[in-house]
Write a protein that binds this ligand. Structure first.
Ligand code: AMP
Length: 260
């Protein structure tokens, strides 16, 4: 009687719900957690302002047939004097891990705690957070968790913007500008499919498109090995194209896998 776990930070959208639907199809019981995990936010990040709407989330989850929603409070997860962490080394050094020091320590610690409490057979994560998937797969292997990590594709708005709880921060002009991330990824993907296999060339294509959007400020752009997450150079046969871009004050990430 398999149990599926879908960890979230709430303010649910169709990306989250696609994970729930997948879990519903593959398990006899589905548990969703909603927890805005403070330890994965940096001191300058949006922990307190992070959007929340628990009544709406519960309604959506009930409609999707979730069996149990667990909404721990902060004290339950991080008791006074908390000092035990789960860290994953190499694959957290790049990309998001480099830009957001301590972020993945927070992620791996909370996910390990959720795994310990729920003991699911399968756990569901989105390709939207590509590095998170790599890091959590590593953690599951290294700590011998008997849990299968299931990854679901990125759910996008009609104009290509990857769904994210943080998209509510965008004003109308920024919302329009935010389509630039997927446009850049798609153009690089098309170039790759047309035979342009040079990692730096692909990054340049994306950079040019991002810099053509006035409201966009590129933080990083990457063409990385999809397993080790090390940056690639020269000719590539497959890889993970990813980026973080500020649209106004809002930091957005997106990615696409090429050559698979
Ligand atoms: P969050 O609430 O942002 O922590 O996300 C919870 C889970 O939903 C994570 O595994 C995310 O990768 C996944 N997720 C978030 N946005 C999307 C999306 N647009 N498509 C697919 N999965 C997503």
């Amino acid at each position: 009687m398999p149990v599926g776990l879908v960890p979230t930070m709430g303010f649910l959208h169709d990306g989250h719900l696609s994970l729930v639907d997948l879990a519903r199809r593959q398990n006899s019981s589905v548990i969703t957690t909603i927890f805005v995990n403070p330890t994965q936010f940096g001191p300058q990040e949006d922990l307190e302002g992070y959007p929340r709407d628990i009544p709406r989330d519960l309604e959506l989850l009930e409609k999707r047939g979730v069996d149990l929603v667990w909404i721990p409070d902060r004290e339950e997860m991080y008791s006074k004097g908390f000092q035990t962490w789960v860290t994953v080394d190499d694959v957290t050094r790049f990309l998001e891990g480099k830009m957001r020091p301590g972020h993945f320590r927070g992620v791996t610690t909370i996910v390990a705690k959720l795994f310990n409490a729920v003991m699911p057979d399968k756990a569901y994560f989105g390709q939207k957070d590509a590095q998170q998937v790599v890091v959590l797969r590593r953690m599951v292997m290294d700590l011998n968790y008997p849990i299968e990590i299931v990854v679901a594709p990125i759910v996008r708005e009609e104009d290509g913007l990857a769904m994210s709880s943080r998209n509510v921060y965008l004003n109308p002009a920024e919302r329009q500008a935010a389509t630039v991330l997927f446009r850049a990824l798609k153009t690089a993907d098309q170039a790759f499919k047309a035979g342009n296999r040079d990692a730096d060339g692909l990054k340049r294509i994306m950079e040019e498109i991002i810099s053509s959007e006035e409201l966009a400020n590129l933080q990083y752009i990457s063409c990385a090995d999809m397993d080790s997450l090390e940056e690639l150079s020269g000719q590539v046969n497959r890889g993970l194209l990813s980026m973080a871009v500020f649209i106004g004050k809002t930091r957005l990430i997106d990615n696409i896998l090429i050559g698979i």
